[in-house]
Design a protein around this ligand. Structure first.
Ligand SMILES: [Zn+2]
Length: 71
């Protein structure tokens, strides 16, 4: 009797607006070329965090390399 929650792997983050930990939903950042996923509070949709998509493609590797060189 498994429900669809199996796929729902959202973690909980502290939401400053709710004042408590809330489950978060994910939304791709609208910034072009950005690999960032925005984490939104499930209750009030406030952005409570970000995470970077790990890109295993060549472009991602190059970007990482360039980032290292620029540091
Ligand atoms: Zn909230």
């Amino acid at each position: 009797m498994s429900r669809q929650f199996k796929e729902f792997k959202a973690s909980e983050l502290h939401c400053p607006k709710c004042g408590t930990s809330q489950p978060v939903g994910e939304r791709a950042s609208a910034v072009p070329g950005s690999q960032t996923i925005e984490l939104l509070c499930f209750r009030c949709a406030t952005v409570v965090g970000h995470r970077t998509v790990i890109d295993h493609s060549l472009g991602g590797k190059l970007a990482k390399l360039v980032g290292k060189l620029l540091k």
